[in-house]
Design a protein around this ligand. Structure first.
Ligand code: 5GP
Ligand code: MN
Length: 337
């Protein structure tokens, strides 16, 4: 990472900072945002974290989570806070659409902007851009940001460390994909500093409600389709399923990954009728680029092996559309098979 003199100065002198992350915030969005907050506060900055929508319940255990402002719940309070800020930090997203109405609100406000992210194709929305699609997670980049500024001593195990470790774990599926040597070095350093790595894994994976396991069982037993011709597996959930299983924010997180555990599956799709919109989550193995599928056919995006999009068509129309585009990718799916 390269740091300009202007950026170093910006971090060294206390500012009024707003940290933003994306809709449906995941462990990396929350981890990187709260880690950055705890880091900047040690430099004397005044910091608020703002998300467009609520975060999954398990992350309530992260230090500072309770102070996060949610635009969907309190837009006026968010505006008042944002109006006082002179530095915006955009974490784990790279286009203002990803923060919805908050993006429109901040678009023309006079503040310096820093962007730290690992999604493909960033929009030029910041003065200082740290965009590395090869990075495992935004948390990896936030660690390298702190390290590059000579501040490893500010990586406290119970605040910055715990939050960063959360993003490393969630964005790599517990160090199973999107890894690189730097992730393991960072994880080792965090643990060496005293971060409770087992505690973080427990917070994320051993904190489910009974109903979530029953929902998973329902998805695998009753809602899964396997299309061997396209090495593709799919799980769908209807609006009725949402009512039946009382599905709340975060309850469907991770379900799509179970499809990848089938040996012959190269593409996994989770298509669910959320209360207002149909959401697609695509995952892939190896060379199959689901980011391209999401972007080209559904105006979504993300990473090569993990991408998402929204559809305003019906659930059935969206599933049919997804199935209808698979022949386009058949050769690629069967290459090196
Ligand atoms: P998920 O399927 O878990 O919601 O998201 C997988 C990845 O795709 C995440 O990195 C997420 O940020 C990105 N993503 C999800 N939905 C969208 C979307 O509608 N648009 C874009 N550009 N990216 C998305
Ligand atoms: Mn991420």
């Amino acid at each position: 990472m390269e740091f300009s003199a202007a950026l170093r100065q910006l971090i060294k002198v206390p500012q009024n900072v707003a940290i933003f992350s994306h809709r449906n915030p995941d462990g990396d969005a929350i981890g990187s945002s709260l880690a950055m907050r705890h880091y900047l506060e040690q430099h004397g900055h005044t910091v608020h974290v703002l998300f467009p929508s609520e975060y999954p319940e398990e992350f309530e255990a992260l230090p500072g989570a309770a102070d996060i402002l949610i635009w969907d719940l309190q837009p006026e309070e968010c505006k008042q806070v944002i109006n006082k800020k002179n530095l915006f930090i955009f974490l784990d997203f790279n286009a203002l659409e990803r923060i919805d109405k908050m993006g429109d609100y901040v678009r023309d406000l006079p503040a310096q902007r820093i962007l730290i992210d690992h999604h493909l194709y960033p929009d030029p929305i910041a003065d200082h851009i740290f965009s590395e699609p090869e990075a495992s997670s935004t948390c990896e980049l936030v660690y390298r940001f702190m390290d590059g500024l000579g501040d490893r001593d500010k990586v406290n195990p119970n605040t910055v460390g715990k939050c960063l470790y959360t993003g490393l774990v969630t964005d790599t599926g517990s160090f199973r994909y999107a890894t690189n040597p730097s992730v393991f070095r960072i994880a080792a350093d965090l643990v060496e500093r005293g971060t409770d790595d087992v505690g973080v894994q427990d917070m994320i994976f051993n904190s489910q409600k009974e109903k979530n396991l029953r929902l998973l069982g329902h998805c695998l037993s009753n809602r899964m389709e396997f299309l061997p011709e396209f090495k593709t597996a799919l799980i769908w959930l209807s609006r009725k399923d949402y009512e039946l299983f009382d599905i709340q924010r975060g309850d469907t997180e991770g379900i799509v990954n179970y499809l990848l555990t089938i040996k012959d599956v190269k593409i996994a799709a989770f298509i669910h009728n959320q209360p207002t919109v149909v959401k697609l989550s695509l995952r892939s193995k190896g060379n199959i680029d689901v980011q391209e599928i999401c972007k080209k056919h559904f105006k979504g995006g993300g990473h090569k092996n993990a991408s998402g999009a929204f559809s305003h068509d019906s659930l059935k129309a969206t599933i049919d559309k997804f199935k209808s585009i698979l022949p386009e990718y058949k050769d690629k799916i069967w290459a090196n098979a």
